[in-house]
Ligand binder design. Sequence first.
Ligand code: ZN
Length: 139
Amino acid sequence: MQYREVDATREFLLRLETGADWRTEIEEFADLEDIDAAWFQAMGAVQDAEVWFYDQDDTEYQSVRFDEPLEVAACVGNVADLGGERFAHTHAVLSRPSGQSLAGHLNAATVFAGEVYLRAFEEPLTRDHDETTDLDLWL
Ligand code: ZN
């Protein structure tokens, strides 16, 4: 385990733009406000979604795309530096009209409506390649 103490410096509420990409909206906001590290929660609805699942044996992401309106029942993520750019690592639980849920690593989704609470930290957070998992993890 690695850990660090962080100072939460600023808090924001965001309303995401209809038709924009869910994750890109959060990354563009972080660029705009010069936020290098943050944690966020969100909810809303999307018009489609591309969800990834990390295959721990193959150490590769598998992608699945849903071209249908979905509720964002819950979304959680964080912002960190990845290769010199701000990356919003985003996970979501999405639901269909029946209430059935889909979930995973949210790579992309077209916003229908989105509400985000974001807490920014003073200390920067950086990701780098981890040999053991083949993932880009926090340093
Ligand atoms: Zn993930």
